[in-house]
Write a new protein. Structure first.
Ligand code: AMP
Length: 231
C-alpha cells in the first residue's frame, strides 16, 4: 500500500503537488487509530482541557443535590441508596462540594481528618488536600496492616466494627470525622468513641449528606455535626 500513498503539498508557486509522504506519515495513514484509541485520545484531550486552572462555577449545596442519584432498594429492599458517582463524575460539582465542606469544617479548627471506609475516603482525601491537613483512616476489620484499636457497633441487623492504627491519634489533638452519609449515626458514633478512647478530641463530624428523618444527630453531640445536603 505504501507505494500508492501520496499527500498534497503546497509549493512556493501556490499550486498543490502530490508527493510521497515521509515514513512517519505513511505509518499513520496505514494504521489509522482504532475506535478504542480514538476514544482514549478524546478522553485525554478532555482531561487536558479540564486541567487547572479551571474556573469553579459558583455551585451551592442545593445545586449539588442534582448530582446525587437515588437508587431504590439497594443494597436491600426498603433502602434508598444515595449514589455519589454522578457527583464524582462532574469535576466542577465535586470540586464545589469539597470547597463547601472544607468551609464548614474549617471553623472547628481540626488538626487532622479521620475518614471512614469506604466512601468517606474519597471525601476525606480530597478535603485533606484542600485543607492541607493529615488524613487518617478508620477501616473495616482486618484491613489495616499494623497494630489496631477496634470498636464494634450494632447495625439494624447484626453488627460491624471499625479499626484504626494505634499510633494514628495524638492525645489531646482535635479531629474531624468525615463520611459521605449520616444515616442512623451508628457508624459515626462508634468512630467518635474510638477516637476518644485513644485520647483524641472530635471537633466536628462532617458529612456530604444527612438523612435527617433518621435522626443520626441524636447519637452524636449535636453541635459538632455539619452536613452539606439534607434530606
Ligand atoms: P449509619 O451508621 O446508619 O449512620 O450509616 C452510615 C454509613 O452507611 C455511611 O458510611 C454511609 O456510607 C452508609 N449509608 C447509610 N445509609 C446510606 C444510604 N441511604 N445511601 C448511601 N450510603 C448509606
Amino acid at each position: 500500500m505504501g507505494g500508492l500513498l501520496k499527500i498534497a503539498k503546497r509549493v512556493a508557486s501556490g499550486a498543490e503537488v502530490w508527493t510521497k509522504p515521509d515514513a512517519a506519515t505513511t505509518r499513520k495513514l496505514e494504521n489509522p487509530p482504532t475506535i478504542r484509541q480514538q476514544s482514549a485520545n478524546n478522553l485525554q484531550r478532555l482531561a487536558d482541557e479540564n486541567r487547572p486552572p479551571m474556573p469553579v462555577p459558583k455551585i451551592d449545596a442545593e445545586a449539588i443535590k442534582i448530582h446525587i442519584r437515588d437508587v431504590p432498594d439497594f443494597p436491600k429492599p426498603g433502602i434508598v441508596f444515595k449514589d455519589i458517582t454522578p457527583l464524582l463524575a462532574n469535576a466542577a460539582a465535586f470540586n464545589a462540594a469539597i470547597e463547601l465542606l472544607a468551609a464548614q469544617i474549617a471553623p472547628h479548627a481540626p488538626q487532622g481528618l479521620l475518614a471512614i471506609e469506604s466512601r468517606g475516603f474519597i471525601f476525606g482525601a480530597a478535603l485533606a488536600q484542600q485543607m492541607k491537613l493529615p488524613l487518617l483512616l478508620l477501616r473495616k476489620p482486618g484491613k489495616l496492616p499494623w497494630h489496631t484499636e477496634r470498636i464494634s457497633y450494632d447495625l439494624e441487623y447484626g453488627s460491624d466494627a471499625l479499626e484504626i492504627h494505634q499510633d494514628a491519634i495524638s492525645a489531646g489533638s482535635r479531629y474531624a470525622i468525615v463520611d459521605d452519609v449520616l444515616a442512623t449515626g451508628g457508624t459515626a458514633a462508634a468512630a467518635v468513641a474510638l477516637i476518644e478512647k485513644l485520647g483524641g478530641h472530635v471537633a466536628v463530624c462532617a458529612f456530604l449528606m444527612e438523612l435527617s428523618f433518621l435522626n443520626g444527630r441524636a447519637r452524636l453531640p449535636a453541635k459538632i455535626v455539619e452536613s452539606l445536603i439534607e434530606y
